[in-house]
Design a protein around this ligand. Structure first.
Ligand SMILES: Cc1ncc(COP(=O)(O)O)c(C=O)c1O
Length: 419
């Protein structure tokens, strides 16, 4: 039972939750004159069985879980895949590789590819975003280009990638408001020396969503590559890589895709794959992987040429369960619910007088930063009440996902206000 509910009847809580949910959606539709992103339509959440979805995730009945941008909840579905993995290991040992596990890897590749609008051959599986970024950096020919443009709002691992390269001039764009960086700033910073525009889809602290098409156009306009860290994007905001125009997009199952740690996904635009020959590699990258011929290295013709060895098989299984649920719920429903929940959270925080660091509604995602003088203490206080959120310097970070409820957000805001 979630925190603060005491011993109230479970059914009563459910009914109350539904009523609140409906009111929140209706209130938003009425409250806005135009159909802005906060105006989730009631039909959009119809057909979505919240209780059934919530019962997939044990943590939701134990805690008020509002930290999906750090780690998505673990589902029963993922556990079943993990059980299957363990059983085959007990039963078959290494034979399970050929008969099952290589197939699971391709199943995951296919699912993720169709989820984000790419072809399976455009997707490589890697151990982490950092490794994915390294292999991209070691795949392009720099020629006379020695400049990389990032922003101060990007996740550090993206920026560090270039900071350690002595021959690269790293340009870190400053945010005018601590929330966003404008496309015009990128346009002014790039030139014929630029090798990469390397930035985030969604900024990890402010939740601001960047315009991928605009970034790709700016990079390509000067002949540079467009590399996007999409870890905070994939699974919570609309994404179609077939039309985004970017060359590289990295993400992983850990957060919004509900698949745990140990794996990253790297998209490489189909047209450019064959022109890229990574200078770091592995036996997974060669056409003759199972020839075991030390003289026979030939880059694969697809994105597997970027792979760096055996992927974390337990994570492949957990990620399959998470991806299945995301696919079944549907990204449209997820986006719509997350907008509704985030809109509600922002409104309630403002009503309580909290200062927020959050993007304009049309660029907002489900990451809400609440300014706090002692965020670590606030997070501990909430944790004491069974409410899991996170903190970053100066802020409490709250990140709901489609499986959360308005009721839970109310409990979180009340608990924050009670400090
Ligand atoms: C935007 C972003 N990029 C990258 C990472 C992590 O990178 P890695 O997979 O290398 O640990 C995170 C968080 O864990 C993140 O929020």
């Amino acid at each position: 039972m979630a925190a603060g509910r005491g011993v109230r009847d479970e059914r009563e809580v459910r009914v109350e939750r539904r009523v609140r949910e409906e009111k929140a959606v209706a209130g938003m539709s009425e409250g806005l004159s135009s159909q802005g992103p906060e105006a989730a339509s009631p039909e959009g959440v119809g057909g979505f069985d919240l209780e059934a979805i919530r019962s997939e995730f044990p943590i939701l009945s134990r805690k008020t879980y509002l930290n999906s941008c750090s780690l998505g909840a673990l589902s029963r579905r993922s556990e079943a895949y993990l059980d299957d993995f363990r059983e085959r290991w007990h039963d078959m040992g290494a034979a399970a590789w050929y008969e099952h596990w290589l197939g699971r890897i391709e199943e995951l590749r296919g699912r993720v590819a169709s989820f984000w609008g790419s072809e399976a051959r455009e997707l490589a599986l890697l151990p982490s975003t950092s490794v994915a970024l390294s292999v991209v950096a070691e795949s392009v020919e720099a020629g006379r280009r020695d400049k990389v443009v990032c922003t101060e709002l990007d996740f550090p691992t993206l920026v560090y990638q270039w900071a350690v390269k002595r021959d690269i001039e790293l340009v870190v764009l400053e945010s005018p408001d601590g929330i966003r960086v404008d496309p015009e700033q990128f346009a002014a910073a790039v030139d014929e020396r630029t090798l990469f525009v390397a930035t985030s889809h969604v900024f990890f602290t402010t939740g601001n969503v960047q315009d991928l098409n605009a970034l790709a156009d700016i990079a390509h306009g000067v002949g540079a590559w467009c590399l996007i860290d999409g870890y905070q994007g994939a699974g919570q905001v609309p994404l179609d890589l077939s039309s985004a125009g970017v060359d590289f997009y990295t993400a992983g199952p850990l957060k919004w895709l509900l698949g745990g740690p140990g794996l990253a996904y790297l998209y490489v635009r189909g047209e450019v794959i064959q022109a890229l020959e990574p200078r770091i590699t592995s036996w997974f990258a060669t056409e003759g992987q199972f020839d075991f011929d030390v003289r026979g290295f030939r880059y694969r013709s697809d994105a597997r040429r970027f792979e760096m060895g055996t992927p974390a098989l337990p994570t492949v299984h957990v990620a399959l369960g998470g991806q299945e649920i995301v696919d079944e719920v549907g990204i449209e429903t997820i986006v719509e619910r997350n907008r509704m929940l985030t809109g509600h959270l922002v409104r309630r925080c403002r009503e309580e007088g909290f200062e927020l660091l959050t993007a304009e509604p049309e660029r907002r995602s489900a990451i809400v930063m609440v300014r706090h003088s002692d965020p670590a203490r606030a997070v501990r206080h909430l944790a004491g009440r069974g409410i899991i959120v996170d903190h970053r310097p100066g802020f409490v970070r709250i990140s709901p996902h489609f499986y959360n409820t308005v009721d839970e957000l109310e409990g979180c805001v009340e608990a924050l206000a009670s400090i």
